[in-house]
Design a protein around this ligand. Structure first.
Ligand code: SF4
Length: 335
């Protein structure tokens, strides 16, 4: 990505919005002119669209605490895994147009409701608006940590726009194998791209810092969701993370994979991860010395993770609220 002076770009709203004109914000590097209404792989033009904002209780306990994480769900996604549970927003089917100004108000409203942090879910393709809104909200009293919650498929130069704005990073590291990431997320370069992104995140925010009441204030938690039949891939990921970062990051090993339907070409995706598979991965993490981590215990109430993407918290409730239905662009094409 060619930023004419990144430090300047990151602080200048016009320069930030200009990045939509020849978009290389994420590793898809579509070069779509989103300001002209074109859409790249993420399915979004330069109009900021969000699906929901509210207090979310289902993140790791050091993020959700008792008050909840102040979560904002953005419409569209630049990764679009074939098994995605949030596919109605990932495919851009649900979303309300809003503005950077309104987004900064949403952040302040979440803080006023008692959120422990601002949790930005899959916002890579809206980073210009996010940076503008965060700076505005900070100037108007936003003081809780800002958490950037990501698929891990991020452009390092785009992440640099968040330097000084993000306190916490919550990236996924989904796959080690290029074959697996190509099959499930159309991204054969996923591991190398996501690993470089996580390295940049650790560089920016450093080692974990907690408040007196145990809430994470700064640092990186890498999430890895074990996939059915893929424990060997999981082990490779955990080993690489531990070798590279040791106790400088937390690792959250997740068991919540939930099938969303039939996958004739990938029948493994039609079942859950077995308790034995999950236990094998957790045992491996313990054997290689991972101590800073989170595991999921017992039955995971997967439906709790998916709120209604009905515009709550984004637009004021009113009877003539716009229809959130939006026809997504065909994958990887302009519209
Ligand atoms: S997928 Fe979206 S954010 Fe990524 S480069 Fe293409 S248009 Fe930009």
């Amino acid at each position: 990505m060619n930023f004419p002076g990144k430090a300047t770009t990151a602080q200048d709203p016009d320069a930030l919005l200009a990045l939509y004109a020849d978009c290389t914000l994420c590793p898809r590097r579509c070069h779509a002119d989103r300001r002209e209404g074109k859409r790249g792989y993420c399915g979004e033009s330069a109009s900021l669209r969000c699906a929901r904002a509210g207090l979310h209780m289902w993140e790791e306990p050091v993020l959700s605490g008792t008050g909840g994480s102040g979560t904002v769900f953005f419409s569209g996604c630049s990764l679009r895994c074939i098994y995605c549970q949030n596919r109605t927003i990932a495919l851009g089917e649900k979303g309300y147009e809003t503005s950077a100004e309104r987004l900064s108000e949403v952040f302040l409203e979440l803080q006023a409701k008692g959120a422990h942090n601002i949790n930005l879910v899959t916002g890579a393709h809206f980073l210009p608006h996010i940076c503008i809104a965060l700076r505005r909200a900070r100037a108007e009293g936003l003081h809780i940590p800002v958490l950037y919650n990501s698929s891990g498929y991020e452009e390092v130069e785009s992440l640099r726009l968040l330097e000084g704005l993000a306190d916490l990073y919550l990236p996924d590291l989904k796959y080690f194998s290029p074959e697996l990431s190509a099959r499930y997320s159309h991204a054969p370069d996923y591991f190398e791209v996501a690993f470089a992104a996580i390295t940049e995140m650790v560089r920016q925010v450093g080692e974990p810092i907690f408040s007196g009441d145990g809430m994470m204030q700064r640092g990186v938690i890498v999430r890895h969701m074990v996939l059915p039949g893929e424990t060997r891939d999981s082990k490779k990921i955990l080993r690489r993370l531990h070798e590279a970062f040791g106790d400088r990051i937390y690792i959250s090993i997740m068991s919540q994979y939930t099938p969303i339907g039939a996958f004739p070409s990938d029948p493994l995706l039609e079942r859950r991860v077995t308790p034995e598979e999950y236990a094998r991965v957790v045992r491996f993490a313990e054997q290689i010395g991972i101590t800073c981590g989170f595991v999921q215990e017992g039955e995971v109430a997967e439906e709790s993770f998916i709120p209604a993407f009905d515009g709550t918290g984004i637009l004021p409730a009113r009877e003539d609220a716009p229809d959130p239905t939006h026809k997504p662009a065909p994958e990887g094409t302009d519209q």
